[in-house]
Structures are given as structure tokens and as C-alpha cells.
Write a protein that binds this ligand. Structure first.
Ligand code: PRP
Length: 211
């Protein structure tokens, strides 16, 4: 039986918390803390292979079986709608999906539809559709807060964690869309073929860090 498990880990804001969480579960993450540009690492027991990927790519690696399990933000899962099993809410990486903009300025400063800048096109689209509001979605890949500041958009839809980025740019939360946390996701076929290794691992992670 194949016991080799590949784990997709998100770079960026969830990285340290993810490594700490795996360590709490008894997985030797020493090699992950070394200062290296390597994208593939293994634990010392060689039971686990880790791949470091852009957070928004984690669901793709899992859906296509390039990794067996992964840690992804709920924001990414909602946006991607990947065909994976979401098996645990890990509780860390807490933030909110929000509509933000200038607090003391009317949201709509142009004649047409409300212009919404966001990295999360699908989430924004679904949110405004549910409210019956026509919007013009402007897809950006980062520094979304610039949208209202430079007049590119009326508002933004983005994640807010500490709120510092909004505050530093004179913006405020106007509406809260949903709460977000990190989730443990699993490839559907891996869960069957590698059940003997993956199931105890999921159980352990859920017991130690799951909500
Ligand atoms: C995210 C998000 C906000 C910021 C929110 O961006 O898009 O800009 O973090 O965090 P805060 O509420 O703690 O300030 P990220 O840091 O991922 O960078 P990006 O803008 O380049 O995507």
C-alpha cells in the first residue's frame, strides 16, 4: 500500500500557522522552517512530502491529485468551488470577507452600476446577485484597497483580518459577507486509496486543532 502522502501548504499569511498546527499533530516540520527556496520538502521520516504553493492554487493541486491533502482558506474554497472534500475547519486564519470603501462618501460615485474591485470575482458576483444589485466587477490580483482611492472602483470586496490595511488607507468595512478560517481539504480519490494513512491523519488534525 502506498503510504506516501503529499501535503499542499499555502505560502503567505497561513504558512506559519499551518506549520505550527502540523507540528502540534506530531508531524516533524523542522525542514519546513529552514530558510530555503525549495518548493518540495519532506519530513524526516519521509512519510510526508510537502509542496508550497500560492494559497489560491491549493484547491487545484488537491482537486487534480497533485497533492493528497492541503490547507486552504475558506475564501479560496468559496471562490474556486473546487471538487474536493472539505474535512475540517482548522479554526486559525480567522478573517472576514467584507465590502469596504470610504465610510463618509456615497458608495456609488458614478452613474452606472456599482463598481466593485476584488480578487474574489465569484464571491462578489454571488453576493450582489443575492441582493439583486447589478455590479461591475473589476478583477484585481492584489492591493485591492487602491480601487476606491484612485477612483477605479466605488467599493472593494476583500478579506479583512486585522483591519490595518483598510485603516491605513482611510477605508472602512461597509458590509460583512461571511466569516472565514483555514480548512483541511482532501483529494477524493486519495481518501479512498490512501485511507489507512489519511483517515488517522485527518482524525489527529481534527482532534488537535479542528474546531
Ligand atoms: C490581504 C487582503 C488585504 C489585507 C487584509 O492582502 O487582500 O489587503 O490582506 O489584512 P489586514 O486586515 O490584516 O490588514 P495580502 O496581504 O494577501 O496582499 P495582496 O493585497 O497583495 O493580495
Amino acid at each position: 500500500m502506498n503510504t506516501d502522502i503529499t501535503i499542499a501548504l499555502p505560502k503567505g499569511r497561513l504558512a506559519d500557522k499551518t506549520i505550527n498546527a502540523l507540528e502540534k499533530c506530531g508531524i516533524d516540520c523542522g525542514p519546513l522552517k529552514e530558510d530555503t527556496r525549495k518548493l518540495v520538502l519532506t519530513d524526516r521520516s519521509k512519510q510526508f512530502k510537502f509542496v508550497f504553493v500560492k494559497p489560491s492554487d491549493v484547491p487545484t493541486y488537491i482537486e487534480r491529485g497533485a497533492a493528497d491533502i492541503g490547507i486552504a482558506g475558506k475564501d479560496t474554497l468559496l471562490e474556486m468551488g473546487a471538487d474536493v472534500y472539505e474535512v475540517a475547519d482548522l479554526g486559525f486564519g480567522k478573517c472576514k470577507m467584507c465590502v469596504a470603501g470610504f465610510e463618509k462618501r456615497p458608495e456609488k460615485v458614478t452613474g452606472g452600476n456599482l463598481r466593485v474591485a476584488t480578487k474574489y470575482e465569484n464571491i462578489a458576483k454571488q453576493y450582489y446577485e443575492s441582493k439583486g444589485i447589478n455590479v461591475d466587477i473589476i478583477k484585481l490580483n492584489g492591493s485591492v484597497e487602491l480601487g476606491p482611492i484612485v477612483g477605479l472602483s466605488d467599493v472593494i470586496v476583500d478579506i479583512v483580518e486585522s483591519g490595518k490595511t483598510l485603516k491605513a488607507n482611510g477605508l472602512a468595512v461597509l458590509e460583512e459577507i461571511c466569516d472565514l478560517t483555514a480548512r483541511l481539504i482532501v483529494n477524493k480519490i486519495s481518501l479512498k486509496l490512501k485511507a489507512q494513512t489519511i483517515c488517522p491523519l485527518i482524525k489527529k488534525i481534527t482532534e488537535v486543532i479542528g474546531k
